[in-house]
Design a protein around this ligand. Structure first.
Ligand SMILES: [Zn+2]
Length: 274
């Protein structure tokens, strides 16, 4: 189990530095790369992708002035960045609140106009388009839960700890500051009838299959895929989708990878656990 992960990590380090696409089989690029210092290699290759400079700089920006709430946790310096990596290793700042939240015009499994119906502008607008496209193919989706404030995440997590204890709670619920729902870029979805909301059975529906195949076209990824538990640190959640932008989503979809792998930031804890 470990070896492929480490091999992939080592390879993707090279690939990120070389600023090229995720073509693991192409060794020619190594020679090109060695001719120039890696910090100045952004012009070494022509690539149809216009964002090759950006991908060469893919890094999780950390604010080292903030004292982490927990051992092993780091605080993100750019929480408002659309492809921001929030996980068991990287936490949002405690006082972070997105400044462009709104209510996307999509159905939820409830009627109330409340916090968990909100999303950031770009993510919500993409969600509207995606739900409309799904409807056209007879896929009836509805929102279950989108934005969650830091305070709400604290309450939710504490309730799970009371019920199951902290160790177990941490396997399925995020520590406050580390939930993607706090970004306003993630949403749990289900079928329009509300059955299987946040349950494994959603994975067996046509809607889940449609999402897995098409979400990236709208900038979304299935954030916690099957078989990637040791990388994301979360069990498979077919219903939790995350907006990362169309280019990032396409790359993650095409390479069958995760946001952690996109940043070459597989949590150490997750790797050593397995
Ligand atoms: Zn979720």
């Amino acid at each position: 189990m470990l070896k492929p992960i480490f091999a992939a990590t080592a390879l993707s380090t090279f690939i990120l530095l070389a600023g090229c696409s995720l073509d693991l089989s192409n060794d020619d690029k190594k020679e090109q790369k060695e001719e120039q210092p890696i910090s100045q290699d952004t012009e070494t290759e022509t690539n149809e992708k216009s964002d090759s400079n950006e991908s060469a700089q893919r890094q999780v920006e950390v604010d080292t002035t903030v004292k982490p709430a927990q051992k092993g946790l780091q605080t993100l310096a750019e929480p408002e960045s659309i492809p921001v990596l929030v996980n068991k290793q990287y936490s949002l700042p405690e006082d972070y609140k997105p400044d462009d939240l709104f209510y996307p015009k999509v159905d939820f499994i409830f009627q109330d106009k409340i916090e968990k119906r909100m999303m950031r502008k770009e993510a919500g607008e993409a969600l509207e388009k995606m739900f409309q496209a799904a409807e056209k193919e007879n896929m009836h989706l509805a929102g279950v839960s989108a934005y969650r404030s830091h305070q709400t995440q604290i309450s939710i997590f504490n309730n799970y700890v009371k019920r199951d204890g902290e160790e177990k709670a941490k396997t399925y619920s995020a520590l406050p500051g580390t939930s993607e729902h706090e970004t306003g870029l993630a949403i749990d979805v289900t079928t329009h009838d509300g059955a299987c909301a946040a349950q494994d059975c959603f994975g067996d529906t046509n809607e889940a299959t449609w999402l897995a195949e098409h979400a990236h076209e709208y900038g979304y990824i299935i954030r916690y895929p099957k078989g990637k538990e040791s990388i994301t640190g979360y069990k498979y959640e077919p219903w939790h989708i995350r907006y990362v932008g169309v280019d990032t989503a396409a790359e993650i979809f095409e390479t069958n990878s995760t946001l952690e792998e996109f940043y070459n930031a597989v949590p150490v804890q997750a790797v050593t656990d397995k």
